[in-house]
Ligand binder design. Structure first.
Ligand SMILES: *[C@@H]1O[C@H](CO)[C@@H](O)[C@H](O)[C@H]1NC(C)=O
Ligand SMILES: *[C@@H]1O[C@H](CO)[C@@H](O)[C@H](O)[C@H]1NC(C)=O
Ligand SMILES: *[C@@H]1O[C@H](CO)[C@@H](O)[C@H](O)[C@H]1NC(C)=O
Ligand SMILES: *[C@@H]1O[C@H](CO)[C@@H](O)[C@H](O)[C@H]1NC(C)=O
Ligand SMILES: *[C@@H]1O[C@H](CO)[C@@H](O)[C@H](O)[C@H]1NC(C)=O
Length: 360
C-alpha cells in the first residue's frame, strides 16, 4: 500500500529537521533518535495496517472527516459483511482527501475504468466544481439503513412492487430506468441514481430534487463531458459508444462521483474477473446493476434486490420494465459477463445475504 510510505516520510523530514537544529550532536543521541523514530513509525504502520485490515476509520482521520463521512453507525453486522474488504469505505470521491484516499486504497495504481492513474488532474478539476460529496443529507439519522437496489429488468412488469419499494430507507436506481409512468411497478422515490453520460436522462421531467445522481466514470471522456456540461461549453461527443446527453437535468449539488474503487471491488473481488484478460478477449466489466449493489453493500445494513433477472434463455423476453428492448440485446453485449453475474447473485441470494424481492 503506497499510502503507508506517506506517513513515515513525514517522520523522515522531521528527523532531518532535528539534525539541522543539532548539527554537532553526532553519535549515540542521534542514533537513539533514529531508533525511536523507527520504533514509532513501526507502531504507526502497525496501527494503519490494523485499521485498513479491519476496515475501521481509526483516529488518524481528522475529526471533521469522521463526522461528515461516518457512513455506517449501525451496531448490527450486515448479513453480507463477509463479502467486503473495507465495509466502511466511503463510496464518493471528495476534493478534501482525494490524494489520501486514492493512495490508501491503491486506486492511484490503476488507470480508468477502475482507477485514477493518469486521470487525476481531470478528477480534481471536476471535483472542485461539485458542491458536495455528502452521502446522506444532514437530517438523516437512520443508523441501520434498509436498502433496495432496483434493477431495470423486465421482471418488474406487472408485479406492483411500487409501494413496497418506496417503503425502504434508501432506494438505488440506475441509468434511465424511469419512475414516471411506472410508479405502480417500481415506486416513486429515488435516493441514488447511478449513471454515465450515455445513459442519463436528458428530459427534465425525470428530475427528482431528492435524488443524488452518481456518475460512474469509465473513461476520461466522461470527466470531460461532466466538466463541459458544468461550464456550459460545447460538448464534444467524440469517444462515446452512444451519443451522450447534451444537458444535465440535475443541479450541481445533486451530483457525486463514484470512487472507482467500488467498481474494482465489484469486478475483482465480488465477480472475480481477472485483472488482465487474454489478448483475444474483450475485458469484461460489471453491469451498472452489480456496481449499484456494491455501493449498497458499503452504505446499508440490509440489502434487497428487485428487477434483477437475465432471461438469457429467452431472447424475446423484455430486457427492461420500460421500452421495447429484448434480451437478445444483452446476449450480444461483449462488455459484460452475464453468466458470472447471475451465478454471483444466485449464490448471495441462496446464502440469504440479500433478498430477491421479485422472487415468485
Ligand atoms: C402486464 O399487464 C398488461 C395489462 O394487463 C399486459 O398487457 C402485459 O402483457 C403484461 N406484461 C407482462 C410482462 O406480463
Ligand atoms: C422530496 O422530499 C420532500 C421532503 O421529504 C417530500 O416532501 C417530497 O415529496 C419529495 N419529492 C419527491 C419527488 O419524492
Ligand atoms: C414500443 O413498441 C410499441 C408498439 O410497437 C410502440 O408503440 C412504442 O412506441 C415503442 N416504445 C418505445 C419506447 O420504443
Ligand atoms: C464468464 O464467467 C463464467 C463464470 O465465472 C466463466 O466460466 C466464463 O469463462 C466467463 N466468460 C467470459 C467470456 O469471460
Ligand atoms: C429473483 O426471482 C425471480 C423469480 O423467481 C427469478 O426469475 C430471478 O432470476 C431472481 N433473481 C435473481 C438475481 O436470482
Amino acid at each position: 500500500m503506497p499510502s503507508i510510505l506517506l506517513h513515515p516520510s513525514s517522520l523522515f523530514s522531521k528527523r532531518e529537521g532535528l539534525q539541522e537544529t543539532h548539527p554537532q550532536s553526532a553519535g549515540r543521541p542521534a542514533m537513539r533518535g533514529y531508533l525511536v523514530a523507527l520504533f514509532l513509525s513501526c507502531v504507526f504502520l502497525y496501527y494503519v495496517l490494523h485499521c485498513i485490515l479491519w476496515g475501521t476509520n481509526g483516529y488518524w482521520v481528522p475529526s471533521m472527516d469522521i463526522k461528515s463521512k461516518n457512513i455506517n453507525t449501525c451496531p448490527k453486522k450486515p448479513a453480507f459483511s463477509s463479502l467486503l474488504r473495507f465495509p466502511q469505505f466511503y463510496p464518493f470521491l471528495c476534493t478534501s482527501d482525494f490524494a489520501r484516499i486514492t493512495s490508501m486504497y491503491g486506486t492511484n495504481n490503476f488507470v480508468l475504468p477502475y482507477g485514477i492513474k493518469s486521470s487525476a488532474p481531470y478528477f480534481r478539476t471536476v471535483l472542485s466544481k461539485l458542491k458536495s460529496c455528502d452521502l446522506f443529507d444532514e437530517f438523516d439519522n437512520v443508523p441501520c439503513k434498509r436498502c433496495v437496489v432496483v434493477g431495470n429488468g423486465g421482471v418488474l412488469k406487472n408485479k406492483t412492487l411500487g409501494e413496497k419499494i418506496d417503503s425502504y430507507d434508501v432506494i438505488i436506481r440506475m441509468n434511465n430506468g424511469p419512475v414516471l409512468g411506472h410508479e405502480e411497478d417500481v415506486g416513486r422515490r429515488t435516493t441514488f441514481r447511478l449513471f454515465y453520460p450515455e445513459s442519463v436522462f436528458s428530459d427534465p421531467t425525470h428530475n427528482d430534487p431528492n435524488t443524488t445522481a452518481v456518475l460512474i466514470v469509465f473513461k476520461p471522456q466522461d470527466l470531460r463531458w461532466l466538466w463541459e456540461i458544468m461550464s456550459g461549453t460545447n460538448i464534444n461527443t467524440n469517444g462515446f459508444w452512444k451519443k451522450p446527453a447534451l444537458n444535465l437535468i440535475y443541479k450541481l449539488h445533486q451530483i457525486r462521483i463514484l470512487d472507482p474503487y467500488i467498481i474494482r471491488e465489484a469486478a475483482h473481488h465480488l465477480l472475480h474477473f481477472p485483472e488482465v484478460f487474454p489478448k483475444d478477449q474483450k475485458p469484461k466489466h460489471p453491469t451498472t446493476g452489480i456496481i449499484a449493489l456494491t455501493l449498497a453493500f458499503h452504505i446499508c445494513s440490509e440489502v434487497h434486490l428487485a428487477g434483477f433477472k437475465y432471461n438469457v434463455n429467452n431472447p424475446n423476453s423484455p430486457l427492461h420494465y420500460y421500452g421495447n428492448a429484448t434480451m437478445s440485446l444483452m446476449n450480444k453485449n461483449a462488455y459484460h459477463n452475464v453468466t458470472a453475474e447471475h451465478l454471483f447473485l444466485k449464490r448471495i441470494i441462496e446464502k440469504n445475504m440479500v433478498i430477491n424481492l421479485t422472487q415468485d
